[in-house]
Design a protein around this ligand. Structure first.
Ligand SMILES: Nc1ncnc2c1ncn2[C@@H]1O[C@H](COP(=O)(O)OP(=O)(O)OP(=O)(O)O)[C@@H](O)[C@H]1O
Length: 424
């Protein structure tokens, strides 16, 4: 488990992260979301001991990264896929990392296979595409078969097949009981991948809850209603009846109406009373993207001088009232339904227990030879980080010498004392 308590980071006058407290639990994919410059990478760097907090603490399995026994076998990370020596081949890059961490060479070939780079293993990485570089970074993160994985924008530059592969990989790793913490700007992807979300804005915690709770806390359900296309007067009649009954009605681009504030049976009755035939009456929930946009609108630092929401706006029907701004969230977007908590709490507190470990870890469905099986290169002294095995650092004593990560993409340690048995 990753645990941050009161984590704060200042760079001179700039407070990048402020008083951040959260837990990232095993057995779930936890999405880390926030607008550009909100402090996600800074937080990840502090988790990995690459930056020191100005205040507060962050630990992995109870230890700060630098005091974690056998850190490269316990924590894998992809922070900056470009942070590789371009003159080295993919295989040699991974071999260097493996040798530093006491990981045998055969594991290099395994992870090259997992990420689909075996065909270009001997090519220099400077010729790699963005997507190939991401795959190489993911391979480096998986090298130590770690229980805790951090990925900063892992799908950046990947094609649809690659995105699907990363999604399945993240889910499979979590299903094996690992802790998976992943940042992304792709909301549609996060909605499909993450179980739990941590959302920050301007370095502060905005939400820590399940994806489902996040969507329902930050969006209202709405109904889609469609009247016969060839009879626009029916649509107007129904709009008037629904508005008079207290509903909010917004036109959708395909001619349907988006109705909030009225339950479906009431909409049906009102249509019947107004003698309006319906072609569609269906319940809907806003997407994660809409919920995210609603929550973070007040915490966006970088905005285009052209209103980036213009293309998403829909004209208000005559007489309709604009949505009420929610304190702390800026002006609500027209593309999202009215906020569920008018004038109150900007977002609901976390509800229910955080995601727990799964009952039955899956056996390496992402294709790693040996994934889900015991760690092929032997258990370290304290516990063993084998996939699906007991938490190795729960029982481990803190080491005397701190481990120094080598780079953003290589949170590996030259101080690691374990020697490879067959590393070349
Ligand atoms: N080394 C540094 N020195 C000074 N300021 C920094 C440094 N690193 C980050 N910052 C500032 O801290 C803030 C948070 O940056 P950070 O990179 O953590 O955000 P982010 O959420 O990862 O952004 P993005 O989504 O664009 O990657 C930004 O305002 C950034 O300019």
């Amino acid at each position: 488990m990753i645990e941050a308590v009161g984590l704060t980071k200042r760079y001179g006058d700039k407070t990048a992260v402020y008083n951040l407290s959260f837990q990232v639990r095993p057995g779930a994919v936890t999405g880390f979301l926030g607008p550009n410059g909100s402090g996600k990478s800074t937080t990840m760097r502090m988790i990995l001991g690459l930056d020191n907090p100005t205040a507060g603490t962050v630990t992995i399995g109870g230890y700060p990264y630098r005091r974690l026994p056998n850190a490269p076998r316990q924590v894998g990370a992809l922070l900056d896929a470009k942070a590789v020596h371009g003159g080295r081949s993919a295989r040699n890059h991974l071999l260097c990392l493996a040798q530093l961490s006491g990981i045998p060479a055969r594991r290099v070939d395994e992870v090259l296979g997992v990420v689909g780079l075996q065909g270009v293993a001997k090519k220099r990485s400077k010729g790699f595409s963005l997507g190939m570089g991401q795959r190489l970074g993911i391979a480096a993160a998986l090298l130590g078969d770690p229980q805790v994985l951090l990925f900063d924008e892992p799908v950046n530059g990947l094609d649809p097949e690659g995105i699907l592969w990363v999604r399945n990989l993240m889910k499979a790793l979590a299903a094996e009981g690992r802790t998976v913490f992943v940042s992304s700007h792709l909301m549609s992807e996060m909605a499909l991948t993450a179980d739990h979300l941590i959302v920050i804005g301007r370095g502060q915690l905005l939400a820590d809850m399940s994806v489902t709770d996040f969507i329902s806390a930050n969006s209202a359900d709405f109904a889609r209603v469609r009247t016969p296309d060839a009879e626009p007067q029916l649509r107007e009649k129904l709009t008037a009846a629904l508005t008079e009954a207290g509903g909010h009605v917004l036109p959708e681009q395909d001619g349907a109406l988006r109705v909030t504030g009225l339950p479906l049976p009431r909409i049906s009755d009102l249509a019947h009373e107004a003698d309006v035939r319906l072609w569609e009456l269906s319940p809907h929930q806003a997407s994660l993207e809409e919920a995210y946009m609603r929550m973070t609108q007040g915490a966006v630092d970088y905005r285009s001088t052209t209103d980036q929401k213009a293309g998403l706006m829909q004209p208000l029907p005559p007489g309709a009232q604009p949505p009420v701004p929610v304190p702390g969230q800026g002006q609500p977007g027209w593309y999202a339904p009215p906020p569920p908590q008018q004038g109150g709490q900007p977002f609901a507190p976390p509800q229910g227990p955080p995601q727990g470990a799964p009952g039955q870890p899956a056996a390496g469905p992402y294709g790693a030879p040996g994934a889900g099986a015991p760690n092929p290169y032997g258990a370290p002294a304290a516990g063993g980080p084998g996939a699906g095995g007991p938490n190795p650092y729960a029982q481990a004593a803190p080491p005397s010498a701190p481990a120094e990560p080598t780079s953003a993409a290589e949170p590996t340690s030259a101080a690691d004392s374990t020697k490879p048995e067959d590393a070349r």
